[in-house]
Design a protein around this ligand. Structure first.
Ligand code: NAP
Length: 520
C-alpha cells in the first residue's frame, strides 16, 4: 500500500486522529463519556441521534458549550437510513446540526444522501461556520465503484469525505484503505469484524481519522477507544511497523492481541498484533502483503489447511500435520512451524520427568496431535482416548503410543492426564470432559484457558492431583511465537501479567453476574 506517512491531518496529529465516539441516550451519560474521552484524545464525535428527546439534546448542547475548549467536537445526527437512530427525515437533521454548531461544535457529519436530496448550498447555510464531513455508509457491501463515489462526494465540496462500508473480507478492507491514498482529507472505515484490523491500520495508511467508541459500539467491528490507543497504538503505527496477527474463525475472544502487544510495548518493538477473522485463507494470503503482515498465528479452522500454502515448513510441524505459527520472510515466502508442541512440553516438564512417564491425552484433534508428538519425543508413553476410537487409534499409531477405550480409564493410572477437547470451555464452563472416577493420576492439565480454572481442574484439585491450567501452555506457545518473529527474548513477565489480568477480570465479572442472577 502507499507509503504516504500522514503525521498530521485536518484533525491534528498523534492521538487526536483517533476520534472518540460518544453515544448514549441521556445528556448526563454523554457528558460522562466526553469527560472520559478527553483524557485520551481531543477529537470527539457526538452521536446526537442516540439522545432520546429534544430536552436531552438541549441539555447536552448547553453542557458542551461550557466544555468545548481544547476539544474538536464533531456533531452527528445519523438517520435511520444511514444506520443511526434519528427519526428525522428529508434533511431535518440539519437543524440539530445547526444547533450543535451554535453550541461550539467545529465539525458536522452530514450524510451523502442529505446532500443529494437538498438543493446545493443549503447544508452550508444551515450548519454555518462548521466544517463538514460528507459521509457515505454501506452496511451491506464495499461499493464496487469507489472512485465514482469519491468523485460524487468531492463534487459537494465538503471538507472531508468519509466512506464507511461493510468489508466482508480482508481484501475488501484493503480496497477501502486504498481510498486514503487520494487525499489527506479522506476517512476510510471498514466495518465488520473482518475489517477490524484495517480500522486499526487506517491512520498509518493516511486516513484523516479512526473512530473508536468510549462505551457501547455504534458500528460493526469497532475497537474500544482504550484499546485503539493503548493496546493497538493506532496513532503510532507507520509503514515501518511490523504487522502480526492471528487468523481463524472465531478470533474475537483470542487473547493473542493482549499477549503479543503487551510484549511489543514492554520491549518497545515497533510492531502490532491484530485479530484477522478469516474464512477464506487465499483471500487473506493475497491481502497480507498489502497490509505489511510479517507473521501470523494460525487457529481453528486453518491449522491443517495452511500447510498447502507454505513455501517451507519445519519438519516437526509437517509430521504433526498442523501449523500454528507462520513467518513471512523478506521475499514474501511463508515458513510454518508449530509452537503448541513447545507449549505442552514447557507446561508439563516443570512438574514431571517426562521420560518414562505415562501420559493420557483425552481427545485426538489438532492440539492432541502436537501434544502426542511432543510427549513421545520427550520419552513419555502416550495413551490416547477419544470419543471416536478410530481417531484415537490413528493418532496413537502415528505417535507410537497406545489407544484406550473410554471404559478403561476407570481402572488405569497415569502420571498425567491432558484434556485436549473443548469440553468445559467458555461459555460452557460448567461441563467436565471426564468423570471423577476417570481421573486417576498425579497431574491434570487442561488445554482450555478460558476459564482459567475449568471444572476438570477443580475436580482434579478435589482428588488431590496437581492442576495445570491451559493458560500455561497458551503463554509458552505465545512466548515461542514472539521470539520466532522478533528474534529476541520475550518479556515473559509483562506478557503473562497482561493475559492473567484479563482472564481474572473476566472471571470476576462472570462471578458477579452469577451472584446477581442467584441473588435475592
Ligand atoms: P480440534 O482439532 O477440533 O479437536 C478437538 C478434539 O476434541 C477432537 O478430538 C474432538 O472429537 C474432541 N471433542 C470435541 N467435542 C467433544 C465432546 N463433546 N466430547 C468428547 N470429545 C470432544 O481442536 P484443537 O485445535 O485440538 O483444540 C482443542 C482444545 O484445545 C480447544 O479448547 C482449544 O482452545 C485448546 N487449545 C489450547 C491451546 C493452548 O495454548 N492452551 C492450544 C491449542 C488448543 P471429534 O474429532 O470426534 O469431534
Amino acid at each position: 500500500m502507499a507509503s504516504k506517512q500522514q503525521g498530521r491531518s485536518v484533525f491534528g496529529s498523534g492521538a487526536d486522529r483517533i476520534c472518540a465516539v460518544v453515544a448514549a441516550s441521556t445528556a448526563r451519560e454523554m457528558a460522562a463519556q466526553v469527560l472520559a474521552a478527553q483524557h485520551l484524545t481531543r477529537t470527539i464525535e457526538l452521536r446526537l441521534d442516540w439522545l432520546t428527546d429534544q430536552g436531552q439534546l438541549l441539555k447536552l448542547l448547553h453542557w458542551i458549550h461550557g466544555h468545548r475548549r481544547n476539544t474538536r467536537f464533531i456533531a452527528t445526527c445519523r438517520t435511520r437510513e444511514g444506520g443511526g437512530r434519528s427519526m428525522l427525515r428529508d434533511g431535518a437533521e440539519l437543524v440539530v446540526l445547526g444547533l450543535a454548531t451554535a453550541s461550539g461544535c467545529l465539525w458536522c457529519d452530514v450524510e451523502l444522501e442529505t446532500f443529494r436530496s437538498l438543493p446545493r448550498g443549503i447544508v452550508r447555510d444551515v450548519v454555518g461556520p462548521a466544517r463538514v464531513i460528507i459521509s457515505h455508509h454501506d452496511f451491506q457491501r464495499t461499493p464496487r465503484d469507489l472512485p465514482r463515489l469519491m468523485r460524487e462526494c468531492h463534487s459537494y465540496k465538503a471538507d472531508v469525505v468519509k466512506v464507511a462500508a461493510n468489508a466482508r473480507s480482508v481484501t475488501e478492507s484493503v480496497r477501502l484503505l486504498k481510498l486514503t491514498r487520494q487525499s489527506r482529507n479522506v476517512i476510510a472505515i471498514p466495518m465488520s469484524e473482518a475489517g477490524m484490523p484495517a480500522r486499526v491500520l487506517a491512520l498509518r495508511e493516511g486516513s484523516a481519522l479512526a473512530y473508536a467508541p468510549v462505551a457501547e459500539a455504534t458500528a460493526p467491528g469497532q475497537v474500544s477507544l482504550h484499546e485503539m490507543k493503548h493496546l493497538y497504538r493506532a496513532h503510532e503505527l507507520t509503514r515501518r511497523t511490523h504487522v502480526y496477527g492471528v487468523i481463524g474463525n472465531p478470533v474475537s475472544q483470542s487473547l493473542g492481541p493482549l499477549l503479543h502487544n503487551a510484549g511489543f510495548i514492554a520491549k518497545k518493538v515497533d510492531a502490532v498484533y491484530l485479530p484477522f477473522l478469516v474464512d477464506d485463507l487465499v483471500d487473506f494470503l493475497n491481502a497480507a502483503p498489502e497490509m505489511g503482515v510479517r507473521g501470523f498465528s494460525v487457529t481453528i479452522p486453518h491449522k491443517q489447511a495452511i500447510l498447502r500454502h507454505l513455501h517451507e515448513c519445519d519438519p516437526l510441524a509437517t509430521e504433526i500435520g498442523a501449523v500454528n505459527t507462520v513467518v513471512v520472510r523478506g521475499n514474501g515466502k511463508l515458513f510454518g512451524c508449530n509452537t503448541d508442541y513447545v507449549g505442552v512440553l514447557r507446561a508439563l516438564e516443570r512438574r514431571l520427568r517426562l521420560k518414562g512417564s505415562r501420559v493420557l491425552l483425552f481427545g485426538a484433534g489438532g492440539a492432541a496431535r502436537a501434544a502426542a508428538f511432543a510427549l513421545a519425543r520427550a520419552g513419555a508413553q502416550v495413551a490416547v482416548c477419544a470419543r471416536r476410537e478410530k481417531k484415537a487409534r490413528e493418532l496413537a499409531r502415528a505417535a507410537g503410543g497406545e489407544a484406550l477405550p473410554r471404559r478403561a480409564l476407570r481402572s488405569q493410572f497415569f502420571d498425567a492426564i491432558v484434556n485436549t477437547t473443548p469440553v468445559g470451555m467458555f461459555p460452557h464452563a460448567g461441563a467436565s470432559p471426564l468423570l471423577a472416577r476417570e481421573v486417576n493420576c498425579g497431574i491434570v492439565m487442561d488445554m482450555i484457558y478460558r476459564p482459567e480454572k475449568t471444572q476438570l481442574l477443580k475436580l482434579a484439585a478435589r482428588k488431590g492431583c496437581e492442576a495445570v491450567p491451559g493458560v500455561e501452555m497458551f503463554l509458552a506457545q505465545g512466548f515461542a511465537q514472539w521470539e520466532i518473529w522478533t528474534e529476541q527474548r520475550a518479556p515473559e513477565a509483562a506478557m503473562r501479567r497482561a493475559v492473567l489480568r484479563k482472564l481474572r477480570g473476566d472471571e470476576h465479572v462472570a462471578r458477579a453476574a452469577g451472584h446477581r442472577r442467584s441473588g435475592p
